[in-house]
Design a protein around this ligand. Sequence first.
Ligand code: NDP
Length: 245
Amino acid sequence: MIENYQAADDLLKDKVILITGAGDGIGKSAALTYAKHGATVILLGRTTEKLEQVYDEIEAQGGPQPAIIPVNLLNLSIEQAQQIGEKILSEFGRLDGLLHNASQLGQLSPIDSYNDEHWLNIMQVNVNATFFLTKALLPALRQSPAASVIFTSSGVGNKGRAFWGAYSVSKFATEGFAQVLADELEKSNIRVNTINPGATRTKMRAKAYPVEDPMTVKTPAEIMPLYLYLMGADSAEVHGQRIDA
Ligand code: NDP
């Protein structure tokens, strides 16, 4: 069982892995965990101070020196994404892992009164920016001996639920995108999978469930075995899957 998966200490040694939304929540935990297992992590997020904090924690735990890309995905242009791809290729020569983790929840509201601007923003961050980045990073991913791309979905990403609006629709799009990409990359060096984290103790969860006692849901650290498994060589044959954490 993946929950009991024990990753080797050096599972991700010499791997270069980009994590979006690496400053908080699940993304932060993944960045720290990947670095602990030897990866050079590229921390992408919108709040520089948070990324710097993660950077410092990685240095303090003796991990390989990380890199920081401060970018608000809401404003990410195609050109900017291409620049990020080119920079990674020139600095690292390849990309071995990509964790698409950053997302925005927006407000929960019925479609009747759903805020139009929020809809556009959520689709921009959760769907369009993910496409821009993936496309721009494919050249670097193709230079890896074995690359892993992980998308992040949700319980509302394959079953619609009242009031979850653009977030739910964006997660359906994420799952569709992952399926299309996985099919295209069937015979390549890149494998593509999707994680549904399930209820996890983060700011997003607290916003969606304000009256829930956070202590009743699992921590990001508790779901890291799956994040490690899918990123490392032990899942070399796993491709095109959607896995619940
Ligand atoms: P958090 O809101 O706790 O963290 C999200 C991270 O993404 C933050 O670091 C945030 O930056 C960053 N981010 C958000 N918007 C942008 C943006 N426009 N540009 C750049 N970075 C951005 O969320 P979680 O850790 O809970 O969620 C991680 C993933 O897991 C998401 O895809 C979410 O949909 C999914 N998920 C989470 C569940 C849960 O119970 N927590 C359940 C199901 C799915 P900042 O710190 O600056 O806000």
